[in-house]
Write a protein that binds this ligand. Structure first.
Ligand code: NCD
Ligand code: ZN
Length: 348
């Protein structure tokens, strides 16, 4: 099968940044995906419905006028989010839910929640109103090994959370471990997970292959091969609890190739092609459409896209860099090859 036509996919976890950076990256996503969940970790973070709607307008302004792409806005949960903001989110079209960043876990997360117990009243309201809770599932304790932070989060935070709020709609974002897959599988239909292309294609050894590879560094960090196998198995299983979220996260080259490099892999330039590669590698291309174009929309209670997208099995090389806010952005697989491309992109 060298051509594959699927319903136009959606990206349920995406970082677009703002200003010039936004304008430099947004078309990569809009050419491939019908909708994307836009992460709110800007500086300052997007904590209110009104800030999210203003950000959404800037995203629309960065796109060609005939471009049919819908940003779905996530709000940044803080210790001080008022319950009234949950109601406002529930009552506003295009607001997808609240994103939980444990304070200090990742890029621009300083305003994140210090202790989930503090926001229990807000979570209660989210549960009542059916507002989704998008979770960065890592503890931040400095004494917990970075490779164990997701597993420890499941024990200490996620398990108690689903027991206390059994009706809360929860997305375990960018799951990276076998334990996360087991956790999500063990829950009812209110709990799901997104999976990134890099975690389906790489293990942590790849980050050190022949030397340190900063462009493969993201958070949660890549894990062991047995974790990657569990993630790929979940993605290609046909289970509607697992769906596409690239976590494409652009950072300028000089901040990645740095003594203290930023976390984030930029994959939007091949945001669907990379999944096709991962699924093809295990002979499961027939499962791509559910994962990429159906299960996420079903979870969020949204219709499937009506347009389609055709992928073609052919090798191409991403450039060494793309322009990015006056500097450079090194895409995933720069100068190497990707085994699939898109035939019929939109928003050109
Ligand atoms: C993301 C970013 O750069 O905004 N980085 C990353 O490594 N994934 C933040 C995040 O999603 O954790
Ligand atoms: Zn992210």
């Amino acid at each position: 099968m060298d051509l594959l036509t699927i319903t136009r996919p959606d990206d349920w976890h995406l970082h677009l940044r703002d200003g010039e950076a936004l304008r430099d990256v947004v078309l990569h996503t809009a050419r491939r995906f019908g909708r994307a969940v836009i992460m709110p970790n800007l500086k300052p973070p997007v904590t209110t419905v009104s800030a999210a709607l203003a950000y959404r307008s800037r995203i629309h302004a960065a796109l060609p006028p005939d471009c049919n792409f819908t940003p779905l806005m996530a709000l940044y949960l803080t210790d001080n989010t008022p319950i009234t903001e949950v109601d406002r989110a529930a009552d506003t079209d295009g607001i997808i839910g609240f994103k939980y960043y444990p304070a200090g876990a990742t890029t621009n997360s300083d305003a994140g929640v210090t202790d989930l117990v503090r926001v229990y009243p807000v979570l209660e309201r989210m549960e009542e109103r059916g507002v989704p809770f998008l979770v960065h599932g890592e503890v931040t304790d400095s004494d917990v090994d970075v490779f164990d932070r997701e597993r420890v989060f499941i024990e200490r935070v996620a398990q108690p959370l689903v027991r206390r709020f059994p009706q809360l709609r929860l997305v375990f974002e960018h799951a990276t471990t076998r334990e996360a897959v087991q956790f999500v599988r063990a829950q009812g239909p209110k709990v799901a997970a997104t999976l990134t292309p890099q975690h389906l294609l790489h293990n942590r050894t790849d980050m050190f292959r022949g030397g340190l590879r900063p462009h493969l560094y993201c958070l949660p960090v890549l894990k062991r091969e047995h974790d990657r196998e569990a993630l790929l198995d979940a993605a290609t299983s046909g289970s509607s609890k697992f769906f596409l979220g690239t976590d494409s996260a652009p950072h300028a080259r000089h901040l990645k190739e740095h003594a203290c490099g930023c976390a984030g892999v930029y994959s939007a330039h091949a945001g669907i092609e990379l999944y096709a590669e991962a699924f093809a590698a295990v002979g499961k291309l027939d499962r791509l459409e559910g994962f990429a174009s159906q299960f996420g929309a079903d979870f969020y209670g949204l219709p499937h896209n009506t347009a389609s997208l055709t992928l073609r099995r052919t090798d191409w090389s991403p450039p060494a860099s793309y322009p990015f806010a006056g500097g450079e952005l090194v895409p995933y697989r720069a100068g190497e090859t990707i085994g699939w491309d898109i035939v019929s992109g939109v928003c050109t």
